[in-house]
Ligand binder design. Structure first.
Ligand code: FES
Length: 148
């Protein structure tokens, strides 16, 4: 083997290593977080809604006027009156603690013993409950309804 042949073989191997290394480096870099930055998850920046805290309950557009949405995870019933204003109450019936299960025609109903509450005020419409549903403070930001 001559010194010239060794040099050509070394050059070819070196070039092949360089090409493979370059491809591997490109593949790794193109799949890194630096190559694909994700927007921050927080809503306290220009990518999300204005901050204000609270937990998102539902959207205004998903609550029909005169109707409501029961958010079991938060124990809240969110309603809208005929003018479109948003109201919220505890979803726990004041009679014996069942969770209300229906809002229609401006009335919140409990399935256990038939109590009914005014969906705009929480006041008792029909017993056996005697106490209104306690109000829950919420805030509306854009189409989102949040706990406060
Ligand atoms: S618990 Fe709701 S009516 Fe009795």
């Amino acid at each position: 083997m001559t010194a010239g042949a060794t040099t050509r073989r070394s050059l070819l191997i070196g070039a092949a290593v360089t090409v493979v290394g370059g491809i591997a480096g490109y593949v790794v870099a193109s799949h890194s977080d630096a190559a694909n930055p994700k927007p921050p998850a927080s809503g306290t920046n220009s990518y999300g809604p204005a901050s204000g805290g609270g937990t998102s309950l539902t959207t205004v557009s998903s609550v029909p006027p005169g109707g409501g949405v029961i958010v079991d995870s938060a124990d809240v019933v969110v309603t809208r009156d005929q003018a479109g204003a948003v109201h919220a109450f505890s979803a726990t019936c004041t009679h014996q603690g069942c969770t209300v299960n229906d809002v229609s025609n401006g009335v919140i109903s409990c399935p256990c013993h038939g109590s009914q509450f005014n969906a705009d005020t929480g006041a008792v419409v029909n017993g056996p409950a005697t106490q209104p549903l306690p109000p829950v403070q919420v805030s509306v930001r854009g189409d989102q309804i949040f706990t406060t």
